[in-house]
Design a protein around this ligand. Sequence first.
Ligand SMILES: Cc1cc2nc3c(=O)[nH]c(=O)nc-3n(C[C@H](O)[C@H](O)[C@H](O)COP(=O)(O)O)c2cc1C
Length: 161
Amino acid sequence: MSLLQVIFERRSIRRYRSELIPDEALGNILEAGRLAPSADNAQPWHFVVVIERKIKERLSTGRWNRFIKNSAATIVGCGYKDNEWSTIDVTIALENMVIAAETQGIGSCWIGDFEEEKVKELLNIPENLKVIALVSFGYPAVRPKPPKKKNLETIVHYNKF
Ligand SMILES: Cc1cc2nc3c(=O)[nH]c(=O)nc-3n(C[C@H](O)[C@H](O)[C@H](O)COP(=O)(O)O)c2cc1C
């Protein structure tokens, strides 16, 4: 599959097979995050890779994140509070990871449903970092239908809005 096809056909995956992600594939995912662009090349990020079942279960307590416990790994993206671009930079790095995973046949889902203070305490994340988002990863157990997306004509404006 070409990279364009990978991007065009990606779906959020919330049901996973039980296989673990091999070290090489997980390494590629993390490398894709490490090499992401960041403002001033500040790389204002840390990533916590949660693989332990018990910790995943304790992250899975929200209404919209119950699938975390069945993921092979869930990555928690953190940014420095004192860097004004860290939210954008961490987001770009996490999306790079999503695409790197998809390229390797590994599904993922972004997770905004988390309680920051609980996640920070559970994972020992230092005070000077904020949690930007979580992304769960695993081999897809389903192939979801494409959700409705807006047409380009309704969202793209050339030269002026
Ligand atoms: C910032 C962000 C937060 C999200 N949070 C959640 C979430 O908490 N739980 C969930 O099931 N999906 C979550 N999603 C996934 C979206 O629901 C999904 O991307 C959207 O429905 C479009 O589907 P697609 O990813 O298959 O194109 C989130 C996506 C983004 C970008």
